[in-house]
Write a protein that binds this ligand. Structure first.
Ligand code: MTE
Length: 322
């Protein structure tokens, strides 16, 4: 991910976090500066909670694209994993220092059954499924990858999230002994991501453990990563060690780093350009296409998964909630 261009000012106010906004409204109301009715009817304070229902057939239609796949060699040598360096080939070339066995994940926050589980126990009884998804990076390239994994919803339900669980926050490992990139402050470690609870529970959202029929290699986020095919690739947090049910929109790494460029939602959207480049098209790295000179194809809303997910965002201004 490109760092902020020095010519561009940090626009820390570009995003008014839901919590901050609500607090401000509450304060204004306390001083009698807001009509009470306005508060109740305020649709700006938070995006509407979706009541979207995705039919099993609709969901399934997104599970396996027939588009030409990316070669395994390309998907495993052209990576973003800043914990192992910032060049595309750094993660693949890094010594294999990540210890993925044993691996445990702490699940907590607003749920009835919090706990820290060994990865095997977290996934017990959930056979891995193959999903062939498009992956669109915010930088303007894309791939088609056969993943192995389990629906995130199946894992989350085991912890019985309560009604206060409005969002799910994810955290990556950040161990400088295993991850040399963490010794450098390229991001505010650990890497963090988040989803709204209905996004997390969506049938397309995958907790991946493998790709190309094998376990995930270190550079692709071993042993456990998120795959959310309708969002820009940076939402796909790697090497997850914690999952937390939270009430407020959680902080996310790229939004913290460059708030005017990377939003919380980050749904693939050709109509909303990145401040420094167009999002209308993408370099599709698939088949024998060279990584640097791959053909450009048009980018589709929600990365081509609009039929399955657009209803989650009904009534939301997608330019504002980018
Ligand atoms: N997760 C962690 N922990 N650290 C990272 O630097 N990079 C993100 C995402 N997950 C990243 C991460 C970005 S920017 C992208 S595009 C995808 O991982 C890249 O996944 P890939 O290398 O498997 O293609």
């Amino acid at each position: 991910m490109p760092q902020r261009h020095p010519a561009l000012p940090a626009d820390a106010d570009a995003i008014t976090e839901e919590a901050v906004y609500r607090d401000r409204r509450r304060l204004l109301a306390a001083f009698g500066l807001l009509p009470t009715l306005g508060l109740a009817g305020c649709s700006e304070a938070a995006p509407p909670a979706s009541k979207a229902v995705v039919t099993p057939a609709q969901a399934k239609s997104g599970f396996r694209t027939a588009e030409e796949q990316t070669r395994e060699l390309d998907a495993t040598t052209y990576n973003n994993f800043y914990e192992f360096g910032t060049n595309k080939d750094d993660p693949a070339n890094a010594p294999k220092t990540l210890r993925t066995k044993p691996w445990s994940v702490a699940v907590g926050g607003h749920c009835a059954r919090p706990g820290t589980l060994a990865l095997e126990d977290l996934l017990k009884g959930l056979p891995p499924q193959e999903r062939i998804y498009r992956m669109r990076c915010v930088e303007g390239w894309s791939m088609v990858i056969p993943w192995l994994g389990v629906p995130l919803a199946d894992v989350l339900k085991r912890f019985e999230p309560t009604s206060k669980a409005k969002y799910v926050a994810f955290t990556s490992l950040a161990d400088p002994r295993q991850m040399p990139g963490v010794r450098v402050p390229t991001l505010d470690w650990p890497y963090r991501e988040g989803l709204r609870i209905d996004e997390a529970m969506h049938p397309l959202t995958l907790l991946a453990t493998g790709m190309y029929g094998k376990a995930l290699p270190q550079q692709n986020g071993a042993p456990l990563r998120l795959v959310v095919p309708w969002k820009y690739g940076f939402k796909g947090i790697k090497s997850i060690v914690a999952i937390t049910f939270v009430e407020r929109m959680p902080k996310t790494s790229w939004n913290m780093s460059q708030p005017s460029e990377y939003g919380f939602y980050s749904n693939v959207n050709p109509a909303v350009d990145h401040p420094r480049w167009s999002q209308k098209s993408e370099r599709r790295i698939a088949g024998s296409a060279s990584k640097l000179f791959a053909e450009r194809i048009p980018t589709r809303p929600f990365n081509g998964y609009a039929e399955q997910v657009a209803s989650l965002y009904a009534g939301m201004d997608l330019k504002k909630w980018f």
